[in-house]
Design a protein around this ligand. Structure first.
Ligand SMILES: Nc1ncnc2c1ncn2[C@@H]1O[C@H](COP(=O)(O)OP(=O)(O)O)[C@@H](O)[C@H]1O
Ligand SMILES: [Mg+2]
Length: 366
């Protein structure tokens, strides 16, 4: 997948114009608050989702204007294609190859990208729910059915928790808890199985990219910490048994707290660099490298599934990385089209193959 032209009209602070990116690495260079992230965000919108900064569409309309329009020409599915996103009077219009579409989700069929922004560092630094969300979102991209399994599981947890709270007042309801435990074990074991399978696929590219970024100095390991004591090599029957046992063991605590304390919704991932927890002991640069390796691996798994390489968008990743790590990102992520923003003059000089775009006050130039 390669973007060959991107045009913007009345979009944030970017002056109306179009750019023709290189199909290798594109460095977007400029000082703070000049529009670099705005440009990456514009490309990202063509993936059919929302802004990676959590902005609403009406915030993307240039101040004082009433609509914005983005256009993109790209090579995908072995042909040139084009898409437009127009946001006007609170409505989003999507046009793909000249045909109006009823929903942005049609964009996901033709264009895909993987984005890294500094907020993604929370994947290592912050709580387990962010790591579970990363894993679940990545699996959803691979298997559409996973989203419905996940939503069924969340429903069961909500209903079980509601019942636990009722039991506190009406102890005669205790007998009905096993109904929810039975469904929880079946659906929960399915989730564990899907997560383990994805982790098995993710490990090899993650190790490869992390070795590349760190010049073979670091090994990245990803481990799953399961609240029910499950092991990645367990079959689905064993997973059900382990979940069921764990639920029985935690009943007393669950009655007391009114919450379900074991199951996939309480599991976590641990990232280790050379055997040591990246979260607790990793340097800023190591944590950044680990998240980048995970993002690049996500791209690789998407490529394996769709036989199409997503575009890679890297926002503000180069700071805090040493020269050799920067060199890896600028010159050795081969075969992918990459867009990387930076504000250090030295970074654009490091680039061997690709284009440098300068942004000043929303004006993009080569
Ligand atoms: N809807 C908008 N209309 C006009 N300017 C905007 C809009 N949204 C953000 N901006 C401006 O864009 C600038 C930030 O751009 P950004 O791409 O985040 O900068 P950076 O180059 O640091 O990545 C800010 O100066 C902000 O005021
Ligand atoms: Mg920025």
């Amino acid at each position: 997948m390669k973007v060959s032209e991107l045009s913007f009209e009345k979009y944030r602070n970017l002056k109306d114009s179009s750019i023709a990116p290189s199909d290798k690495v594109n460095v977007i260079y400029g000082e703070n608050a000049n529009g670099k992230t705005n440009l990456l965000e514009a490309i990202w919108l063509f993936c059919g989702g929302h802004s990676f900064r959590g902005s609403k569409e009406n915030e993307m309309i240039r101040f004082g204007e009433s609509f914005f329009k983005l256009g993109m020409k790209f090579f995908s599915q072995e042909r040139e294609q084009e898409a437009e996103i127009i946001f006007d009077k609170g409505r989003k219009l999507i046009r793909i190859n000249g045909v109006d579409k009823s929903s942005s989700s049609y964009l996901t069929e033709v264009f895909s990208a993987v984005v890294f922004s500094p907020e993604h560092l929370s994947l290592i630094k912050r709580g387990p729910n962010i790591r579970r969300r990363f894993l679940d979102a990545a699996i959803c991209q691979q298997r559409i059915r996973y989203a419905s399994i996940l939503s069924k599981y969340n429903q069961i947890i909500n209903q079980r928790n509601a019942l636990l709270k009722d039991i506190y007042k009406h102890s005669e309801l205790k007998d009905t808890l096993s109904i929810w435990d039975d469904s929880l074990t079946v659906v929960g074991a399915r989730i564990l199985k899907e997560r383990f399978e994805y982790l098995k696929m993710l490990r090899e590219p993650a190790l490869k990219y992390h070795r590349g970024i760190s010049c073979d100095k670091e090994e990245l390991e990803i481990c799953c910490i399961c609240s029910c004591g499950a092991d990645e090599n367990d079959d689905e029957g064993t997973l059900r048994d382990k979940l069921s046992e764990a639920l029985k063991r935690s009943r007393r605590e669950d009655y007391h707290t009114g919450n379900t304390s074991v199951g996939p919704h309480r599991d976590d991932l641990d990232f280790k660099i050379n055997g040591i927890s990246a979260r607790r002991f990793g340097s800023q640069g190591q944590q950044r490298s680990a998240v980048l390796s995970l993002k690049l691996s996500e791209a690789e798994l998407l490529y394996k599934k769709n036989e199409e390489r997503p575009v890679i968008l890297l926002d503000d990743v180069l700071s805090e990385l040493d020269n050799s790590r920067q060199d890896f990102l600028l010159n050795r992520v081969e075969d992918y089209q990459v867009f990387v923003t930076c504000c250090e003059e030295s970074n654009k000089e490091q680039l061997k193959r690709g284009k440098v775009f300068y942004i000043e006050n929303g004006v993009v130039g080569e």
